[in-house]
Design a protein around this ligand. Sequence first.
Ligand code: TYD
Ligand code: MG
Length: 456
Amino acid sequence: MASKKKTTAFFCQECGFESAKWTGQCPGCRAWNTMVEEPVRIKAPAGAAAGRAVGPGKRPVPLSQVGEEQEIRFGTGFQELDRVLGGGIVRGSMILVGGDPGIGKSTILLQACGNLAGAGHRVLYISGEESLRQIALRARRVGEFGDNITFLCETDLDTISEILLETKPEICVVDSIQTMYSSSVQSAAGSVSQVRETTGVLLRLAKEAGITFFIVGHVTKEGTVAGPRVLEHMVDTVLYFEGDRYAAYRVLRAVKNRFGSTNEIGIFEMGEHGLTEVTNPSEYMLSGRPVGASGSVVTCSMEGTRPLLTEVQALVFETRFGYPRRQATGTDANRVNLLMAVLEKRLGIRLGDYDAYVNLAGGVRQTEPALDLGIVLAILSSFRNSPLPEDLIAFGEVGLSGEVRSVTMAESRVLEAYKMGFRTCILPAGNAGRVRAPEDMRLIGIRGLQQIRDYI
Ligand code: TYD
Ligand code: MG
C-alpha cells in the first residue's frame, strides 16, 4: 500500500516559514502564535511552472552580449513617491505597498494612478476589497479621473489574468493581494500559499507583458492572513506606509528597492481631499516645538539624501517606585540606555535613581547614530532643569568612552539647520574643521562629552 501523502503543513503568517509540525514560536522569524495549518499545493502552480519553462532558444550568455536596454521610468506626479522609488516607477516592475489597514494605501495609489492616467498612461485599478461605488466615492474626494483609468472589482486570478492579457494596461494596481484567489491552490484567499501563488502569476505578467504592478499588502496583527513580509523576496520594490492613524502625517519608506536606494522617505499629510506632499519636512517636524523648555534639543539625521531636523524631548525625574523606568518613543530604547550609561560613567552623573522618557517628536522613527548627541543633551537638560539656547542644534555619534565621533554629510546638516533659523551648532570636532557654513553660523566642534559641560 502506498504511504498516505501529507496534504497540509504549517506556515508562519509573518514570514512564510513552512514546517511539518505546529510550533508556538516560528523558527524563522521568532514571532509567537503565527503558525497556521494550510493545505500543501497539489497541482503545479502556474507561476512556478512558468519559471521552469525553459524554451529551446534559452541558453546562458556572457554579459557582453546583453544589449543595453534603457530603463523606462514614469513619474507619479508625487515627487515624494518618485524619490522613494529612486526616480519614478520602472516599467515592468512590481512594487509592494505594505501598511496597516486604514493608513491610506488605497488613497495614495488612487491619487498616483490618477496622476499617471492624467499624463496619458493606461491604468487598471483592481479592487478585491471595495465596491465600485466605494471607489467612486473616494475618487470624488481626491480629484478628477479621466477615461485612461479603469476600475475592476474582482478577486479571481484567472479572470484577472485574462483581462490583463487582453487589455494590456501599462500600470495595474492590485488592492489587496490578500483578497486574490487562484484555483490552482486549495487554501483560502489570504493564506501564505495563496498570496505567494497569486504574486508569482502577476510577476510573470509583469515581466512578459511589461505591466507595472502595485500590489497592496495589509500588515496584520492577528496573524489570520499572510502579511506582506511573505512576499518581500519576490517583488522588485517594497514600500511601507506608516504613521499614526489618528494623526495626519504619513511616512512612506522603502525597505527594498532593486532600482534605487532604500534610505529615502517621503512624508505626506492626510487631509479632507486625500494626501498632500510635505515638501519641507524639517519645518513640519519642528512645528509646535516648545520655547525655552528644558529637555528639548533639536538634532539632525539624514533620511537618505535629505537632512531632517527633529526635536528630541527628554523627561528625567526621580524614581518613585524603586526600579527606574526607561522609555523611548520614535528611536531605539537600547541606544538611550547605552547613552545614559555613558553619561553616568564618563561624566559621573548619577542617573541610576531617575526615570527617563525620551521622545523623538514628529512621529518619524529614526535610529541614526548622529542623533546621539541630541539625545544626550536633552537628557542632561532635563536632569539639570536647564533649557538650552533656542537657536542651538546638535548632532554627532557618541562612543562608549564618551568620545564624539564624526558623522557623514555634516555640511548638509549644518546648512539645513541654518535654513531653519538655527545659528549655533554643536558637532563632532572631526567634522567642524571641514564644514563650510555661512559666517553667522557658530560651529562648536567637540571631541568628547566632557566638553559639553561648558554649555549646560
Ligand atoms: P485607505 O486608503 O482606505 O486605507 P488603506 O487602503 O490603507 O486601508 O484610507 C482610509 C483612511 O483615510 C480613512 O480612515 C479615511 C481617510 N481619508 C481621509 O482622511 N481623507 C481622504 O480624502 C480619504 C480618501 C481618506
Ligand atoms: Mg484599502
